[in-house]
Design a protein around this ligand. Structure first.
Ligand code: SAM
Length: 204
């Protein structure tokens, strides 16, 4: 990856998203995680301070070295032990049924082979394991959706391959989860094109 993607974007992203309203939603997303936990596309680790106090260890995957560099600093500032893997979510080096929980926060938009990553996260979840997600994606408002499609090219270029119009509900509900619960809302202080949120849990 280039200088912008590895040196500039991680810092700008971290600065933009490290905000109290995001921390509130992250804390809600993570309130029930337990056991063996995998976080995909962990980025700079903005979820780390939002895990419940009894979480002592997590495993992370993240392909960007620039993101991982900032993540190391955040790990040092928390008490959580992190098994930090520098790789993408499409080919996870873990045995099947390894994790009780998989976490993804605004990451499915950025994974190039997202269907493959969905297959992988299902594979590594134990039966009854839970996938906790807080994602942005396709708005049901056709006017907003139209602008999401228009902004997609620029967004992908500037924001690490992020697509604004991913059908997160379809992506998750089309998979072999035994139950899926999703709450939708527009994120406060975000343009509607960028902040139509899918917050929920899917049980294997
Ligand atoms: C918008 S950032 C979100 C970061 C973090 N999850 C957070 O909550 O702030 C999207 C992340 O997905 C990562 N990503 C890109 N391709 C990926 C892949 N193939 N597998 C896993 N993560 C990927 C990016 O490097 C980036 O860190």
């Amino acid at each position: 990856m280039g200088f912008y993607a590895e040196a500039i974007f991680p810092r700008v992203y971290d600065w933009l998203i490290d905000a109290p309203h995001w921390a509130k939603h992250r804390t809600e997303q993570l309130a029930a995680v337990e056991g063996d936990i995998l976080e995909i596309g962990v980025g700079t680790g903005l979820n780390l301070p939002c895990y419940p106090a009894d979480v002592q260890k997590i495993t992370t995957v993240e392909p960007s070295e620039g993101m991982n560099k900032l993540l190391r600093k955040r790990i040092a500032a928390t008490g959580i032990e992190v098994d930090q893997r520098i790789l993408g979510g499409e080919a996870l080096p873990f045995n099947g049924e390894t994790f009780d929980c998989v976490v993804s926060t605004v990451t499915l938009c950025s994974i190039p082979q997202v269907q493959q990553a969905m297959s992988e996260l299902l594979r590594v979840l134990r039966p009854g394991g839970r996938f906790f997600f807080l994602e942005h994606g396709r708005s049901p408002d056709l006017n907003i959706y139209k602008w999401q499609r228009r902004f997609n090219g620029l967004q992908k270029h500037l924001v690490g391959g992020c697509r604004l119009d991913v059908d997160i509900r379809g992506l998750i509900e089309s998979r072999a989860f035994s139950a899926v619960s999703i709450k939708n809302f527009y994120m406060e202080k975000m343009p509607k094109t960028h902040g139509y949120m899918y917050h929920g849990v899917a049980i294997k």
